[in-house]
Design a protein around this ligand. Structure first.
Ligand code: ASP
Length: 334
């Protein structure tokens, strides 16, 4: 991957996928109407400061907005990152990504990459070349994090605004503000200071090198749908999901994952069709605790994973042929 070995400098593979960090608008003050325009080579050329930290090698996986990423892109991205990490010459990987679904990709990689090398996912809220664009500094900080020794073994990391988050506990929490990427109440892992990562916490759930999930065993991912519960919800969306071949339904339930009567009927319908039913919460924070009534409907609880990450874990668990008890154990440990 790298042409010539210069032992003194770390080597980082930079995988481009698109997103706002690779986008430009026609008006420098327009933060919403823009298109993906820049290749990974252009991103590297725009931040020469990053090349002072490491030898960088750009790889273009895709170049799209992250709301267009589907399961097959997720799989092929993970394979490319895994190949780059398998190269003994690679010390770390940075992935540039749209912020809309960054947390899903980061958590997927966190679960399937068998590595202790630093893997850092980074995006931007403002297009390149817009007023006060955040992309260049976020990218520089991501490379700084990937080249810091203490970033090893912490799973997939997300860097935004000088903060370092673990892939499991990071989420986009604002539609547009510059600090949209934030940690859950379980906290940030560290900060980038003086061109290096400084950590204060480590993730304790299973991930990367201690994960049982493996990208090489995955040909495809099963369909898992997310339904949003609300007052007066019907059962019809559960029925549609089952009929469309879904292998599991994640519900963004109310509060502690409470189900409306319509979704409770949907849980029974799913159980009868052999479709796994998972209670998560639409509240955005906190742990969904099991209820006595879960067992009778064969319901799994998502713990502190938000619905979009519960879907990622459910896809992997089902692809690795986990039964309901094993799946619940996975939700308790990843
Ligand atoms: N639309 C963008 C995306 O690709 C948003 C972003 O990157 O901030 O997710």
């Amino acid at each position: 991957m790298f042409e010539e070995r210069s032992k003194s400098r770390p080597r980082v593979v930079v995988v481009g996928t698109g997103g706002t960090i690779a986008s430009s608008a026609t008006v420098s003050t327009d933060f919403h109407n823009y298109d993906v325009s820049d290749s990974i080579e252009q991103i590297l050329a725009a931040v020469p400061e990053a090349a002072e930290l490491a030898d960088l090698c750009g790889v273009q996986a895709v170049n799209i907005s992250s709301h267009r990423i589907d399961n097959s892109i997720l799989l092929s991205l993970a394979r490319r990152v895994s190949e780059a990490l398998d190269d003994p010459g690679t010390d770390g990987v940075v992935i540039t990504h749209g912020t809309d679904t960054l947390e899903e990709t980061a958590y997927f990689l966190h679960l399937v990459l068998r590595t202790t090398k630093p893997v850092v996912v980074v995006g931007a809220m403002r297009p390149a070349r817009s007023l006060s664009s955040d992309g260049a500094l976020n990218f520089f900080n991501a490379v700084a994090t990937a080249t810091t020794q203490s970033s090893r073994g912490k799973g997939v990391l997300v860097v935004a605004n000088g903060h370092i988050y673990g892939a499991r506990d990071v989420m986009k929490r604002d539609t547009s503000s510059i600090d949209a990427i934030q940690g859950s109440k379980f906290g940030i892992l560290g900060e980038v200071r003086e061109h290096a990562a400084q950590f204060f916490h480590s993730p304790v759930q299973r991930h990367t090198a201690s994960s049982e999930f493996e990208i090489n065993r995955l040909q495809e991912l099963p369909q898992v749908d997310i339904l949003f519960d609300h007052q007066a919800a019907g059962t019809h969306l559960c029925r549609a999901s089952v009929e469309a071949g879904s292998k599991a339904i994640v519900v963004a339930g109310m509060g502690n994952g409470s189900l409306s009567p319509g979704l409770r009927k949907g849980a029974a319908l799913a159980r009868d069709a052999g479709v796994i039913f998972i209670r998560a919460s639409r509240s955005g924070q906190g742990i969904v605790a099991p209820l006595h009534s879960d067992a009778e409907l064969g319901i799994i609880t998502a713990g502190s994973l938000p619905p979009q990450k519960a879907r990622i874990l459910a896809m992997l668990g089902i692809a690795h042929a986990k039964d309901i008890e094993q799946l619940q154990r996975a939700f308790d440990s990843y």
